[in-house]
Design a protein around this ligand. Structure first.
Ligand code: F6R
Length: 606
């Protein structure tokens, strides 16, 4: 969840590292640092705070050299501080690291007993000591020293290593944390995430678990931890660097909210057959009809899973459970052959989801990953992968990946329903033509909703918000509450509207804004009654309602209009006003929308 960059080549490394870190800052942002090597050894510059603080230091004195590594950190072991910022140096070795060294306490004890002195509280520092010690003990090369060190390490890592004695080379290695090598002309780049280097090269090698890569100006050679060579060919990455930038919007989150019609279209592209209503998801026919499905995910992806249950059960008539990944793996799940376990993860790296998928696999279930990152850890560990094509999501609060996940789940429901006969010809063609209309309805929704500045000003000082919804809009109420919480820091709860009178109704008074999803559909009348109950207790009602509904305005102070959509697909439009509301409130409150406090984009620790 932190960001790593590296460079070895013919240009000054510092500006290249800083540029890469800027593109990666979303991955972790409580401290930053670089190490740059030249004939005199490596020089470190590190500090607490965002990248701007590091840039200030570098403006005073910028280390010179053609090889370097850099890092932005989100603290796991040790508080955010200069000593705990990466790179960490021991003797001649400097290291940056993402992940967690699980046996760091034991290793630290051993190294301390051998006379080594530690200057940080991080787990990472043990790596620098181990590699330095291996060089002192006579390792034949820097890659060999790294291999010897890593063989003693338990846990996850993506690392980049510099040595004072080998100033024109660098070593990188990974296990359960992403790392890519960018192949240039007479120069090599390294990053934890491809967008950091895409403006430099499109030729990218995705390192695999156990790989140790030795990077020099003109070549990269890769071995496994035992030192045996492995071959990894560069792939051409088609994401443009511009896709990862703000494109004129003040925040990535706002840009990504507006990208949703495109993200959904891209996820449907080439998969949805309008002539027969089928969804073709894989090149070969690999589908086995499961007796039961279990969806596992965290956070926003979990909410997508809750909507997925409605889609799968209604369209494919397959029983479907949804579980939080962090709960699933510890409750001895009853799972096995015949079950399909679907892991949903935008990043494809979330530690809990990855572990839960491995647990399901070990118990004999078939596994399917829905991921936005091609070749992500969760995708690689699964039997099948279904990618969302939302493009890189930089804003920490997930928006476009959520609606792309809902789209992928709708496609999966169709795919299974067609194959088990639950979805007949007429129903399939109707559902497919409804689905293909959704991106247009999303664009219309964004226009209808507008910027919501006024509404945000009205409620910016509220202490709590309640979000209510029924059926497939209940998960959207949960998602609306999560979005508001994470970027506006206002407490919010999502509830099934029918549950209101079983408790939360006690909260309602004239200071509580209540957002109710009251679109036309199966439970419209029931939601209207819930709405009346809130109004009767002076609650301030903000309704998400279907355009043209004249009845609703009698019951609420504010309405956020959405176009009419079939009930099963409504979540794809009803979530948009809630994303916009959270965004507008956070902006009015003056918060850092793209990098909210205490959060990181991908959570690679449990
Ligand atoms: C909220 C958010 C998080 C993620 C969660 C899972 O806006 O982004 O709740 O949804 O951390 O992440 P992924 O989908 O990468 O597994």
């Amino acid at each position: 969840m932190c960001g790593i960059v590296g460079y070895v080549g013919k240009r000054e490394a510092t500006p290249i590292l800083v540029d890469g870190l800027r593109r990666l800052e979303y991955r972790g942002y409580d401290s930053a640092g670089i190490a740059v090597a030249n004939g005199q050894g490596a020089r470190l510059v590190r500090c607490r705070g965002k990248l701007a603080a590091l840039e200030k230091l570098l403006a005073v004195e910028s280390p010179r050299g053609l090889t370097g590594i850099g890092h932005t950190r989100w603290a796991t072991h040790g508080r955010p501080s200069e000593e705990n910022a990466h790179p960490h140096k021991s003797g001649s070795v400097s290291v940056v690291h993402n992940g967690i060294v699980e046996n760091h306490a034991l290793l630290r004890e051993r190294l301390t007993a051998a006379g080594r002195h530690f200057s940080s509280q991080t787990d990472t520092e043990v790596l620098a000591h181990l590699i330095d010690q291996a060089l002192i003990d006579g390792a034949s090369s820097l890659p060999e020293a790294v291999r010897q060190a890593l063989r003693q390490v338990e846990g996850s890592y993506a690392i980049a290593v510099l040595s004072d004695r080998h100033h024109d080379e660098m070593v990188a290695a990974k296990k359960a944390s992403p790392l890519v090598v960018g192949v240039g002309e007479g120069e090599m780049f390294l990053a934890s995430d491809a967008p950091a280097i895409l403006d430099k090269t499109r030729q990218v090698i995705f390192l695999e678990d156990g790989d140790v890569a030795h990077l020099a100006r003109d070549q990269v050679s890769i071995t496994n931890l035992a030192g045996q060579p492995v071959e990894r060919r560069p792939k051409t990455v088609t994401w443009t660097p511009g896709q990862a930038e703000k494109a004129g919007y003040p925040h990535f989150m706002l840009k990504e909210i507006h990208e949703q019609p495109r993200a959904v279209t891209d996820t449907l592209r080439g998969r949805l057959m309008l002539n027969n209503g089928d969804a073709v998801l894989w090149e070969k026919e690999v589908t086995e009809i499961p007796r039961r499905m279990v969806i596992i995910a965290c956070g926003t992806s979990y909410h997508a899973g809750l909507v997925g249950k409605f889609l799968i059960e209604r369209v494919a008539r397959i029983p479907c459970e949804v579980d939080l990944a962090s709960e699933f793996r510890y409750r001895e799940p009853v799972i096995g052959p015949g079950d399909l376990v679907v892991g949903i993860s935008q990043s494809g790296e979330t530690a809990d989801t990855l572990a839960a998928m491995n647990e399901a696999k070990a118990r004999g279930a078939r596994t399917l990953a829905i991921s936005n990152v091609v070749d992500s850890a969760i995708a690689r560990t699964s039997d099948l992968a279904l990618y969302t094509f939302a493009g890189p999501e930089i804003g920490v609060a997930s928006t476009k990946c959520f609606t792309a996940q809902l789209t992928a789940l709708a496609l999966l429901a169709i795919h299974l329903g067609r194959r088990n006969g639950a979805l007949d010809d007429i129903g399939a063609v109707r559902f497919a033509s409804d689905l293909i209309q959704i991106p247009f309805k999303m664009s219309e929704t964004l226009q209808l909703v507008g910027d919501l500045k006024e509404l945000a000003r009205k409620h910016k000082d509220a202490h709590d918000f309640l979000f209510l919804g029924r059926g497939s809009n209940y998960p959207i109420a949960l998602e609306g509450a999560l979005k508001l919480k994470e970027i506006s820091y206002i407490h919010a709860e999502g509830y099934a509207a029918g549950e209101m009178k079983h408790g939360p109704i006690a909260l309602i008074d004239d200071g509580l804004p209540v957002v109710i999803i009251a679109t036309k559909g199966n439970s419209y009348d029931k939601v209207l009654s819930n709405l009346a109950e809130v109004r009767a207790r002076e609650g301030h009602v903000i309704a998400v309602a279907t355009k043209g509904d004249t009845e609703i305005t009698k019951y609420c102070q504010d309405v956020l209009w959405v176009p009419e959509a079939p009930p099963l697909l409504q979540p794809l439009v009803t979530v948009l006003p809630l994303q916009m509301l959270a965004y507008a409130v956070a902006v009015v409150r003056g918060h850092d929308v793209d990098q909210p406090r205490n959060l990181a984009k991908s959570v690679t620790v449990e």
